[in-house]
Design a protein around this ligand. Structure first.
Ligand code: 5AD
Ligand code: SF4
Length: 582
């Protein structure tokens, strides 16, 4: 068994996808090989999510399978990374002794050391050398922040080494790509770690620790290096991304550790960051800097936003800078003030709706083809949620007119405030009914918004072959077989950020890719490409197979001919550009 071949599987959010990418790059540089085939790997890593129980269950069942496999392959090394490792700690190893390594999301820079130790231990065991010592060492390689995660005195050190992990990335994003040698056009850049909001249902403040903002120079530099290597779309990541604020002169900025929610905010009528221009880089400043200093980035996005932290300064920057996308993911979570209070969200429905109106008044300009699209997250079945509370949520969703909304059934998470204080008293059948009902309501809204695009010409960033086309290509004699889509490398071009979900929203209203899979093939000699608008709408269109490779990674105009669910279907608005691409 190849001992240094690593298979890594990522669960959950975009932050986890980025973490996996950084870990992968780090391990490659140390001589490990990444394999897409778990059976061929000597090391299996799961980068896990604890936000909902369902995500954890998937990992438990994978670990169960590995326990059986390890009977035949005792040299297999198994690592659990991310939020489950941090939350369950050593209990996880006690429950699943198949696990050799535990590494929390705040300790990923330590993974190479842990892995090296585990691999050596395995080798000793397999070789029968010093079995006693090896057995002792195999008791588990563990790096967790534990209770130190919210102690500000330890944060500077933790953040510094973690900062190195982010900085070590992207020397060439090609190296970090799952398939070395393939270019890519889209990348994530973290701007903030952790969260200080303490929504009562949420594990993130406990697993990812206190909010820490990265220095703006590091962020801009990372964006430049990504742009130099061909990336044209960057998505900035943070749990509350628009709460970014870096105070110069401090190594790291930790705000509101002891009194979460009481930090500086726009609430109470502030429409501007009150600390702008006082030695502070605000979120608005950061967006402006990246836009102006890295012009090769054609699209700048950010997720996930916190409703209360949006000032007019940010909206103005988005409005005035053409390469910042008019797309906001701003979860409301509930439409009932009583439930929002129990969730500790820190705003009321009226404030949320006021924010949406304000954002639309700044940013929604369909007449110049620059609409604002908004997506949301809703939790149904939060403890004590009545039919009236749920009706208020329906009213909010109807008012908000989200492009799409991730709808989750409340999942009680041990260690959270809601878990300790509120009984999970909404029956599963009621949660399921509300979930399905809201999905149908949002489905109709999404449909309406999609239909409204028909007849328009939209600029889209071409991401790659559609999934349908990839499936066809994989079949013998498929359309993009030899000579099909413009040569090697094309079919495997990957963009991250392609999922609809922000925190791994498995319950999204409509799966555009499903819709797409049912479509008939295009005319002979063409391939179906998948692209995205500035507002994050997915567009499929057929282009000459020979032009595909050159269109991928470019922004081109597409005329929208039809819409089904969240998927738009179009055709090249100007055949000249496909010709030019050839
Ligand atoms: N149960 C259900 N949904 C949750 N989310 C976070 N914690 C829970 C939970 N315990 C949802 C929220 C959040 C998204 C990432 O996941 O909607 O915005
Ligand atoms: Fe969790 Fe988001 Fe609330 Fe932070 S703001 S506690 S990440 S739901």
């Amino acid at each position: 068994m190849p001992r240094r071949d690593v298979y890594i599987e990522t669960f959950g959010c975009q932050m986890n996808e980025l973490d996996s990418e950084l870990v992968t790059g780090q391990l490659r540089a140390l001589g490990y090989r990444l394999t897409p085939d778990p059976e061929a790997a000597g090391i299996i890593l799961y980068n896990t999510c604890s936000v909902r129980e369902h995500a954890e269950q998937k990992v438990w069942s994978r670990l169960g399978e590995l326990a059986r496999r390890k009977v035949d392959q005792p040299g297999l090394v198994v690592g659990v990374l991310g939020c489950m490792a941090e939350r369950d700690g050593k209990d996880l190893i006690r429950r699943m002794p198949v696990v050799d390594i535990l590494c929390g999301p705040g300790e990923l820079d330590k993974l190479p050391g842990l892995l090296d130790n585990a691999v050596r231990t395995r080798i000793s065991l397999e070789d029968g050398l010093d079995a006693e010592l090896a057995a002792e060492r195999s008791a588990g390689q563990v790096a967790l922040q534990g209770s130190s995660s919210r102690r500000s005195s330890t944060l500077a050190a933790a953040a510094d080494s973690l900062e190195m992990l982010d900085l070590s990335r992207a020397i060439s994003p090609i190296d970090a790509d799952p398939e070395p040698g393939t270019p890519r056009a889209s990348a994530y850049v973290r701007i903030t770690r952790g969260c200080n909001k303490f929504c009562t249902y949420c594990v993130v403040p406990f697993t990812r620790g206190a909010e820490v903002h990265r220095p703006p120079d590091h962020i801009v530099e990372e964006c430049k290096r990504l742009a130099d290597s061909g990336v044209i779309e960057i998505t900035l990541l943070g749990q509350t991304v628009n709460h970014y604020r870096f105070e110069h002169g401090a190594a790291v900025v930790v705000d509101g550790v002891t009194q979460p929610q009481k930090g500086r905010s726009y609430a109470g009528g502030h429409r501007r960051d009150p600390f702008a221009g006082t030695g502070v880089t605000t979120f608005a400043d950061l967006l402006r800097r990246i836009h102006d200093e890295v012009p090769a980035i054609r699209r700048l996005r950010f997720v996930t936003s916190y409703p209360r932290d949006f000032g007019d300064d940010v909206l103005e920057v988005i409005r005035d800078h053409p390469r910042i996308c008019r797309y906001l993911h701003v979860p409301a979570q509930s439409g009932s003030d009583r439930i929002l209070k129990l969730m500790n969200r820190g705003y009321e429905v009226a404030e949320y709706l006021e924010f949406l109106d304000r954002a639309r008044s700044f940013l929604d300009q369909p007449e110049i083809n620059r609409p604002l699209t908004v997506s949301g997250d809703i939790i149904v079945g939060f403890p004590t949620e009545t039919d009236d509370d749920y009706a208020a949520t329906v009213a909010l969703v109807e008012r908000a007119r989200y492009k799409n909304c991730f709808i989750f059934k409340y999942s009680p998470r041990p260690g959270t405030i809601a878990f300790d204080k509120l009984a999970d008293d909404v029956p599963e059948s009621v949660k399921r009914r509300r979930n399905n009902d809201l999905l149908a309501i949002q489905g109709r809204i999404s449909d309406g918004l999609s239909q409204a695009q028909v007849g328009k010409t939209l600029d889209v960033l071409v991401e790659g072959l559609s999934r349908r086309e990839q499936k066809r290509a994989a079949k013998p004699g498929g359309a993009c077989g030899a000579g099909g889509a413009g040569g090697p490398g094309t079919t495997s071009l990957t963009l991250n950020g392609k999922g609809l979900s922000d925190h791994g929203g498995s319950a999204c209203a409509i799966d555009a890719e499903e819709t797409e899979a049912e479509l008939p093939s295009g005319p002979p000699g063409t391939v179906q490409l998948s692209a995205r608008t500035d507002g994050d709408l997915i567009v499929f269109f057929d282009a000459p197979a020979v032009a595909a490779a050159l269109l991928i990674g470019r922004v081109v105009p597409v005329r929208i001919d039809s819409a089904s669910g969240l998927a738009l279907h179009g055709s090249p608005a100007d055949p000249a550009y496909t010709a030019a691409a050839v």
